[in-house]
Design a protein around this ligand. Structure first.
Ligand code: UD1
Length: 436
């Protein structure tokens, strides 16, 4: 991706559906033999990977793109018997594939799912997933790099998971989702305590309720799930992507301009909106034809003030916006202290930002950013999805030409990033690398 920095951003950007809501919703299609139709899925590589995982598990899947091509609708039907195996070749490219484990055990009593392995932003184990499913009665072994799971037969001769009262030791989005899906078809009433409260979990829970699940406490830290014998088909549109929205908010804060984000959920980006407002951006919300909108203005020449940020579970500041916020803070006046409390190795963008001229130091889980630094373009390397977005934001500000390499990371999670930015006046061009 080649970016000529210096243009302010003006216009409108429509936010796509949330990748991290779409992924567990896709996995939930395994819970029923009836058709499940999911719309507003972002047209990104991770969604296609999850669909391939579902196909490998015997699910019929048809993807239809929207008119501009930024969203997809998936028509899914998991009614073909299969070996219930999620292969390493797919799982290694996307850790969220492990979300099929709970649904497979709950519906078929059998699962073979590759262990995801390492990840650029930290160790990211799946012990919390395994512990909870093990407590529900699943037998789980690790062999040849795979999780081999089976569920013992109940008195009726059926493999059924058993309800549990479970308190997570730490807050985990993926483990909450896996347990929630498993509990929907388990015997008895499961209580999930210290559940993650990210909006994507609420979205999954709402899909499950449409499928016939009985869930109380949605959007809270305690979910009560009364298991049912079977779930049925449903249609569901996933929520807007708060991280995509936050990325564009950061882009405007850094580059300056006046942009309206359409089809956004303001409450899902509240922590970022507050920080950007305190930093000096003007932010207003209104209801448009297509749902809520956020307008962000940062006048040309207006100084931004440095603000501190600490990543924590929702509703706090999200780790998935830490890199983008750091890019903004390189342009702000003062010292910003950014601490990362979710993943241990999530500052790889910092060294690349330094190549662009940022003035920062890393000390363990803390980054100290002194601004404003005069950024100047050069070639930088994307290391993970959100790090790539931070480099694009810095490139929009930097004087001259910035080349962001390895943009396949961006394609995992942003639908039409360069097209959406071009439409608001950014000089950004894709010169290599496959599109999704
Ligand atoms: C999800 C998001 C990811 C986001 C993250 C935190 C998806 C597809 N991905 O990832 O974009 O950055 O939430 O908001 O929704 N942990 C364990 N053991 C486990 C599971 C997690 O120790 O079994 C640790 C992790 O290493 C991490 C922390 O818990 O330090 C939070 O991870 P978790 O919430 O599980 O993240 P994901 O679901 O993988």
């Amino acid at each position: 991706m080649i970016i000529e920095g210096g243009n302010a951003l003006e216009g409108r950007i429509r936010v796509s559906g949330a990748k991290n809501a779409a992924l567990p919703c896709l996995a939930a299609a395994l819970l029923t033999e009836e058709p499940v139709t999911l719309s507003n899925l972002p047209a990104v590589a991770d969604i296609r990977t999850m669909v391939k995982v579902l196909q490998a598990l015997g699910t019929g899947a048809e993807l239809t793109p929207s008119a501009e091509g930024f969203e997809l609708t998936a028509a899914l039907r998991c009614d073909q018997p299969s070996e219930h195996k999620a292969p390493y070749e797919l799982v290694k490219t996307m850790r969220a594939s492990v979300l099929v484990l709970g649904p497979l055990l709950a519906r078929f009593g059998q699962a073979t799912v590759s262990l995801p392995g390492g990840c650029a932003i930290g160790a990211r184990p799946v012990n919390l997933h395994l512990e909870a499913l093990g407590r529900m009665g699943a037998r789980l072994d690790i062999q040849h790099g795979y999780i081999l799971g089976s569920v013992p037969l109940n008195e009726k001769g059926q493999p059924r998971l058993k309800a549990i009262d479970h308190t997570f030791d730490m807050v985990s989005v993926g483990a909450t989702e896996n347990l929630l899906m498993a509990a929907a078809l388990a015997e008895g009433t499961t209580i999930i305590r210290n559940a993650a409260q990210e909006p994507e979990i609420g979205d999954l829970a709402r899909l499950l309720v449409k499928m016939g699940a009985r869930i109380e406490g949605i959007d809270t830290a305690t979910l009560t799930v009364e298991g049912v014998d079977r779930l049925h088909g449903a249609e569901h549109a996933v929520i807007p992507d708060r991280i995509e929205a936050g990325t564009y908010l950061c882009a405007v804060a850094a580059a300056g301009g006046d942009v309206v984000l359409e089809r956004v959920a303001p409450d899902h980006v509240r922590s970022l909106l507050e920080l950007l407002e305190r930093a000096g951006c003007a932010i207003t919300e209104r209801i448009g034809q297509d749902g809520p909108q956020i307008r962000i203005i940062r006048e040309r020449g207006q100084k931004l003030r440095s603000k501190d940020a600490k990543t924590v579970p929702f509703p706090g500041f999200p780790t998935d916006l830490q890199a983008q916020f750091m890019a903004v803070m390189t342009t702000a006046h003062g010292i910003s202290v950014i601490s990362e409390h979710i993943f241990e190795n999530r500052f790889q963008h910092a060294m690349e930002l330094e190549r662009l001229g940022a003035n920062l130091r890393i000390d363990g889980p803390t980054a100290i950013v002194a601004g404003p630094a005069p950024l100047t373009g050069c070639t930088v390397m994307a290391t993970d999805l959100r790090a790539s977005a931070a480099l694009v934001i810095a490139g929009l500000v930097a004087e001259g030409k910035t080349t962001v390499d390895r943009i396949y990371h961006l394609d995992r999670g942003y639908a039409g990033l360069e097209k959406k930015l071009q439409a608001v006046g950014a000089r950004i061009e894709r010169v290599g690398g496959g599109r999704v």
